[in-house]
Design a protein around this ligand. Structure first.
Ligand SMILES: [Zn+2]
Length: 419
């Protein structure tokens, strides 16, 4: 940040923005993805959408307040109305960026930057341009703007819906024990968790719906929408935010650690555009995870304890592992680890991530134990839900269903992941 925040500055530099727009234009030109152009929407459609989004936001607020025996404040209602307006009219860095998605990445970038200055006492000399791109990978990635020291960080367009639905299904399995000091208290006992999963068939169904929608249709939004009861709804939203913040701090870490320029060039994505998509080495991934976790743990804008924060990390690696297992089970009839010469297995990354959390000086000994306890519970939930989902995925395969082409597309038939 070499200059103060003048209008437009927070969207990123001109050169970065036009590079992002070129990438988006070339990927949408392939015709594989619908082109999201908010500018093309009619006024009537915008008005209707804005009202609908506001009503949904209000309903969620009402339920959250009800769970605490209160009512939504006027301030919260006004905020919900303003947020709905932003979704249709917020400023965006390129013509292909939707204000709804851009609003999310912008807020994440701001949170991550605040963490960078609080934890490292550092600022970007050149703030990366942030945006979205339909890459078909449960991830985000950093791309260097050719011939410059600038970066673009793109989030897979579907990742926010996927993170939300995945987080909702996993959170539904947590047994809550009411309020304690105005905080929701939950059990991390596996026996209680199993009881809850056994007695609530909806949990496995919701988990299956999001996994199938993403792997078969390529669109998690194809899963039936629902608002979980409280407190599960509020907690799932918190976990989703943490998952996304970790993805952002991880990508920022690649830039901060100056991994750029050392990555391998790849043009297999992005409509064949010669872009420097950086494929990091395993060592670089581990470093970005560790710094990403340090930033997440020290983020001053997150009002949660260390164990809750780490759920964002557990959920992210858990989600990637599940998608990998589901895609390969559909494609090959057996679970495989996706071919990647550069990435350590997701489960291995989770193990190293918890070591990185342990090594964080800002996390106390007591916090370490709490982190591991909750992380084990989340891992246990994901493992159990996957075990019960796998037979349904096999049944799909037996009916001839295969993974959506975004997973197997233009990389020689092998499903891949990168990040
Ligand atoms: Zn990475």
């Amino acid at each position: 940040m070499t200059t103060a925040d003048s209008p437009g500055q927070e969207l990123g530099s001109e050169v970065g923005r036009s590079f992002l727009e070129e990438l988006q234009a070339s990927i949408y030109a392939t015709g594989q993805f619908d082109t999201p152009r908010t500018a093309d929407l009619t006024q009537a459609y915008r008005d209707e959408s804005e009202e609908k989004i506001f009503r949904q936001n209000l309903e969620i607020l009402r339920r959250q307040a009800e769970a605490k025996n209160t009512k939504p404040t006027q301030e919260a209602e006004d905020h919900a109305r303003a947020a709905a307006h932003e979704v249709l009219y917020g400023s965006v860095p390129t013509q292909f960026e939707q204000p709804a998605l851009y609003g999310i990445v912008k807020a994440l970038a701001k949170q991550a930057e605040t963490a960078i200055s609080a934890v490292l006492g550092q600022q970007f000399t050149q703030r990366p341009v942030i945006g979205t791109l339909p890459t078909g990978q449960v991830n985000a990635m950093a791309i260097r703007v050719p011939g410059t020291d600038e970066h673009v960080i793109v989030f897979e367009s579907q990742i926010f819906t996927f993170c939300l639905l995945f987080s909702k299904a996993v959170t539904l399995a947590l047994p809550f024990h009411g309020l304690q000091n105005d905080q929701f208290s939950m059990s991390t006992e596996m026996s209680e968790i199993l009881d809850r999963i056994n007695n609530t068939p909806e949990i496995v169904r919701r988990f299956y719906e999001v996994v199938a929608a993403y792997t078969v249709d390529g669109l998690p939004s194809q899963a039936p929408p629902y608002i979980p009861p409280e407190p599960w709804g509020s907690v799932a939203a918190l976990f989703r935010d943490l998952m996304e913040l970790f993805i952002m701090t991880h990508e920022f870490s690649h830039v901060l650690l100056e991994h750029t320029g050392r990555g391998k060039r790849s043009a297999s994505l992005l409509g064949g555009n010669e872009a420097e998509v950086l494929e990091w080495s395993q060592q670089q991934e581990v470093e970005a995870d560790a710094l990403g976790i340090l930033l997440l743990m020290g983020s001053p804008t997150v009002e949660l304890d260390a164990a809750m924060r780490f759920v964002g990390v557990s959920l992210f690696f858990g989600a990637m592992t599940v998608v990998e297992r589901a895609v390969t089970l559909l494609q090959f009839g057996e679970e495989r680890q996706l071919i990647s010469t550069t990435h350590p297995a997701n489960r291995e990354r989770l193990r190293m991530a918890s070591q990185a959390a342990q090594a964080c000086r800002i996390v106390s000994e007591q916090d370490h134990r709490a982190i591991l306890q909750l992380a084990d519970a989340v891992e246990g939930i994901i493992e159990t839900l996957w075990e019960r989902t796998a037979p349904h995925i096999i049944a799909l395969r037996e009916r001839g269903v295969r993974p959506h082409r975004i997973w197997t597309g233009n990389s020689g038939g092998d499903a891949r992941q990168r990040g």
